[in-house]
Ligand binder design. Structure first.
Ligand SMILES: [Zn+2]
Length: 247
């Protein structure tokens, strides 16, 4: 099993990150740990250093974090060979309604698109209620892109897939009808699983954990009428392919 997106290093997410990692090692092949700001990024790189070939970091800047993103760009350049992707980054129109601030988000997102091109790394995109604009900005980038926690329309999901991009299925599939419908159009060759842990827990009020992708896999297996193991195996291979993981 590989969780392609979670925030193990988000401040205060877990009492002991090391304990979560040790438990995950018993049943998982790897975890791609994302970051949304500078301090989280530093911790992610450190955690990956302690858990080589198991924790794979991505460095990014969340659109709701404001404008102080330059440090993260430097961190990406400095750690180019230690990270597997740029992100998460993107646009968030769910929380940001001000048109001017949305324009600022676009300018910053463009810088992360540019650094992904420069460093030849895949891009992990946050696109809450801004899926169409995110797609327009990366459509012709030539980058390998994954739309994480994608919650847009099925029509747009199809365009994204047709464009060669990826959509990861979060643990939202355990409790959301819309996400179950989305799964129908994602072929097994393109299935990626993520938890976005500690958020989006299928076992609330408990926080989410990377191994909960197996609960998603059960739901997807029902929808696709195959076994849970097949879903997990496709998702594992796809994760290795997408991020070029050295496992
Ligand atoms: Zn995230």
């Amino acid at each position: 099993m590989i969780d392609i997106h979670c925030h193990l290093c988000f401040p205060g997410a877990y009492k002991s990150v090391d304990e979560v990692v040790e438990k995950a090692k018993k049943e998982m092949a790897g975890i791609v740990v994302s970051s949304a700001r500078y301090d989280e990024g530093l911790r992610v790189v450190e955690l990956a250093g302690k858990n080589e070939k198991f924790i794979f970091p991505t460095l990014g800047f969340h659109p709701t974090e404001g404008t102080n993103h330059e440090g993260v760009l430097e961190l990406i350049e400095k750690n180019r060979d230690k990270i597997v992707g740029v992100g998460e980054c993107g646009l968030d129109y769910h929380w940001e309604k001000d048109p001017q601030k949305r324009e600022e988000q676009k300018k910053i997102f463009q810088k992360f698109i540019d650094i992904a091109k420069k460093t030849k790394l895949p891009l992990v995109i946050h696109s809450w209620d801004a899926e169409q604009d995110c797609f327009e900005m990366v459509k012709d980038s030539g980058l390998r892109c994954v739309f994480h926690c994608f919650s847009g329309s099925r029509e747009l999901a199809q365009h994204i897939l047709d464009n060669g991009f990826w959509i990861s299925v979060s643990t939202q599939v355990c409790f959301s009808k819309n996400h179950k419908k989305l799964v129908k159009i994602i072929p097994l060759e393109k299935i990626l699983l993520e938890t976005d842990a500690p958020w989006l827990s299928p076992n609330r009020p408990e926080p989410n954990y990377p191994w909960n992708i197996k609960i998603s896999a059960e739901k997807i297996a029902d929808i696709k009428k195959i076994s849970k193991e097949e879903v997990l195996e496709h998702a594992r291979k796809n994760a290795i392919k997408f991020f070029s993981l050295n496992i």
